[in-house]
Design a protein around this ligand. Structure first.
Ligand SMILES: [Zn+2]
Length: 740
């Protein structure tokens, strides 16, 4: 386990920002977790170390790293890199210039050109190494297209990031990939960044690279530290995440043994001698003359692979180790530096001047300000709210923009380079077009990202939607916020009611990829405006569902799918959750390893949600929000209706063969729902568990009517099981009632 550094250490720290109260690096935590899961990584590691030992040549005088290239090794290695900004338009949306500047600095560090190398304390001045590695943002992407080496990927994974957030990886044997995200998920909570050693990367190439919090892009030497791991450097105290605990070594001679240090540039850390006293290395030369090297008896707390954040240097031995990694085939590191790869990635070419990539983000706002209800981009004509469209174009300095908006926008055209505010007078999907211009060209993005709902009600009490008529779905807008395969859609291949029409949320991973879990993705389906004014008592939002899971994953794990239903009585400005269903509640068809499609005999489950009275308004909308999980299979929904009975009770209306009790179990009375039969005479009998009759009555109704007969709690005063028998037209039916 890694530890967060304490308040005391943070206060002493000369460099760490208050907002950076993070453990610098979780590389070793990830490493040990991976080794636990995939012990084969250790095989790769042994092979790699053997290869490196094989590279041993003559030893560098005074350094004598046991793994060295030729002492005359003065080549500079060039390495292409790509930076991915994984964002959801939040603070993590790093501007390109911030990245260009950061990469320049990382490159300086790898050429020992960072000005603060001169601040290395005396014992280490002569061990300051120059890695002679030139980092270059690529100018050609994997498809052969020109690039500036920075890409922006919109993803929900930015706020729950782990290896999955690396779905946009460029080939790792051609580029060092670096991702920036907003927040790490549970596996790396509290870390600022992490990377994989070459041996792990050889086993899991699709996770190879550096991933870090956006605010560490240019913080101290956080990213050069991680690139050190990519090039096989360990922490100065060894490959664990516990600095300050036990003396350790990093397989590099000129970094003396150390316990390592937590963040903080204290004098105690800087001149720490723990573990390093009397540090000597003894070598037997193949030429016959033995040598003894006396390294500093002080720890190298200024080392970039320590956690102090007063990092100034790599040692010569570390540079040899990194350069050796770049000459090894393990994880294809040696391909990075080949002339062919440098040509293919355009690493040595100057950064091209490229046209911008047009992009914008959207928020909803009232006069009082931005509504932070995440991604909902739905408002009704009557809501009074704005849609705010913010220019997010990137890849070049934007000289000017041209916006156009459909649907009777208050600002149908604009050249505003910032945010444009709009209300719309025509309902439906709004077409937005943004042209972004720069000195190098222009780019146009045209899309229909927001929906303006008509306030004219599509129905009210008794509204019934079978989803069989595509035209009827026109006012049921569906949003796929991240434009991926996990989404709502009309489905004509199955139904509950035999009309071959229903709604599907496709949650099955049809690509069967290992990466890009949908966990964290959610998409919305909205009802049309419903007029519920003047209603009272119990009114139910009814629908039927059927669903399966793709794998076990535990029925209530966070990795499962879930459904949430929200309501608004102010046209979409504010939404309130009125019901939620977990994976365990949704899945009624077990686990299917293939994509789940209901057949005629597939069971469907009736769902009934009591609509709170606050939504008995003339324009109420409901929102179905589906959270896709990593264990999901498809979910289907059919026969949405608004009525006075729960869905399964309403079924009684279609048959006279039984009756329903609801709610059941109950602690406050219940209702019996039945059809009165051809004579209209109904006999009721309720017995307790001992068989004692606690209630008996005959009632006469009009024939063949749907009846709701209340049973007061007083009739069944004790908690326990009762048997309710209803006799209609001489036929007795018995159901169990649970009172608590
Ligand atoms: Zn580290």
């Amino acid at each position: 386990m890694f530890r967060k550094f304490s308040i005391v250490l943070a206060a002493m720290c000369c460099l760490a920002k208050a907002s950076n109260a993070q453990q610098p690096c979780s590389t070793d935590q990830q490493y040990w977790e991976s080794v636990k899961k995939y012990p084969q990584i250790l095989d790769y590691e042994r092979q790699f170390e053997a290869q490196m030992a094989g590279i041993t040549a003559h030893g560098i005088p005074g350094v004598a790293a046991k793994i060295t290239l030729s002492p005359n090794d003065t080549t500079t290695f060039d390495v292409p890199i790509v930076v991915h900004v994984v964002h959801d338009y939040g603070v993590e949306y790093l501007a390109d210039d911030v990245i260009y500047n950061a990469v320049k600095y990382w490159a300086q560090v790898y050429l020992a050109q960072n000005a603060d190398t001169s601040m290395a304390i005396d014992p280490f001045k002569k061990y300051v190494g120059n890695a002679r590695i030139r980092l270059h943002l690529a100018t050609i992407d994997p498809n052969g297209k020109p690039t500036k080496g920075v890409v922006h990927d919109r993803s929900y994974l930015t706020t729950n990031a782990d290896d999955q957030a690396k779905y946009s990886q460029w080939p790792q044997n051609k580029y060092i990939n670096v991702w920036f995200i907003n927040t790490f998920g549970a596996a790396s909570t509290g870390a600022a960044a992490y990377a994989y050693y070459p041996s792990s990367a050889a086993f899991m190439p699709y996770y190879d690279g550096v991933i870090g919090l956006y605010n560490y892009v240019d913080y101290e030497k956080a990213i050069p530290h991680e690139i050190g791991h990519v090039l096989n450097l360990q922490h100065t105290w060894g490959n664990n995440n516990n600095p300050g605990v036990a003396c350790g070594d990093d397989q590099v001679d000129d970094t003396p043994p150390t316990e390592g240090h937590n963040p903080g540039c204290s004098a105690a850390a800087l001149y720490d001698v723990t573990c390093a006293g009397g540090y000597l290395k003894h070598y037997t030369s193949v030429l016959g003359a033995d040598s003894l090297v006396d390294y500093p008896d002080t720890t190298n707390a200024q080392n970039i692979m320590d956690y102090t954040y007063c990092q100034k240097m790599f040692t010569i031995g570390q540079c040899v180790r990194m350069r050796t990694a770049l000459t090894s085939a393990t994880a294809g590191r040696n391909n990075l530096i080949t002339p062919a790869n440098l040509a293919a990635t355009g690493a040595l070419a100057p950064m091209p001047d490229l046209p911008p990539v047009a992009d914008f983000s959207i928020e909803r706002a009232t006069g009082a300000g931005i509504i932070t209800d995440a991604r909902t981009v739905f408002l009704s004509l009557g809501s009074g709210g704005n849609f705010n469209f913010k220019n997010r174009s990137w890849n070049d300095t934007i000289s000017d923009v041209v916006w156009t908006f459909s649907n009777g926008a208050t600002t149908p055209t604009s050249t505003t380079n910032g945010t444009v505010f709009n209300k719309f007078s025509v309902p439906g999907w709004v077409t937005v077009s943004l042209i972004a211009n720069s000195n190098a060209g222009s780019d146009t993005l045209t899309t229909t990202p927001v929906y303006v709902a008509d306030t004219v009600a599509a129905g009210g009490f008794g509204y019934y939607q079978t989803f069989s008529n595509p035209a009827a779905l026109a006012n049921w807008p569906m949003f796929n916020y991240f434009s991926n395969q996990y989404k709502w859609g009309a489905y004509t291949g199955a139904s509950r009611d035999g009309d071959n029409g229903c709604i599907r949320f496709r949650s099955f991973d049809t690509t069967q990829k290992r990466i890009a879990t949908p966990l964290g993705d959610h998409d919305d389906l909205f009802t049309p405006s419903l007029n519920l004014s003047g209603l009272s008592g119990n009114v139910y939002l009814n629908f039927y569902t059927t669903a399966a899971a793709a794998n076990s994953g535990g029925v209530s794990t966070p990795a499962g799918d879930s459904l949430e239903i929200d309501a608004t009585n102010n046209g979409g400005l504010r939404w309130t959750k009125i019901a939620a269903f977990t994976r365990g509640q949704l899945v009624n068809n077990g686990i299917k390893s293939t994509e789940f499609v209901p057949t005629a005999s597939t069971p469907w489950v009736a769902r009934a949600v009591v609509i709170p009275a606050t939504y008995f308004t003339s324009s109420t909308f409901f929102r179905f929000r589906y959270w896709a999980g990593s264990t999901g299979n498809n979910f289907y929904m059919d026969d949405f209706n608004i009525g006075g009975f729960p869905a399964d009770v309403a079924e009684i209306a279609k048959s006279a063969e039984s009756f329903k009790i609801f709610p059941n179990p109950t602690n406050n009375g219940c209702n019996l729902v039945l059809r009165s039969g051809s004579e209209g005479v109904v006999h009721y009998s309720i017995k307790d568990i001992t068989g004692r009759v606690v209630y008996e009555a005959n009632e006469t109704y009009s024939p063949d009517m749907l009846i709701q007969q209340p049973i007061a709690r007083e009739i069944t005063p004790n908690s326990g099981i009762y048997f309710v028998t209803v006799t209609i037209d001489g036929n007795a039916h018995t159901e169990k009632l649970v009172v608590y």
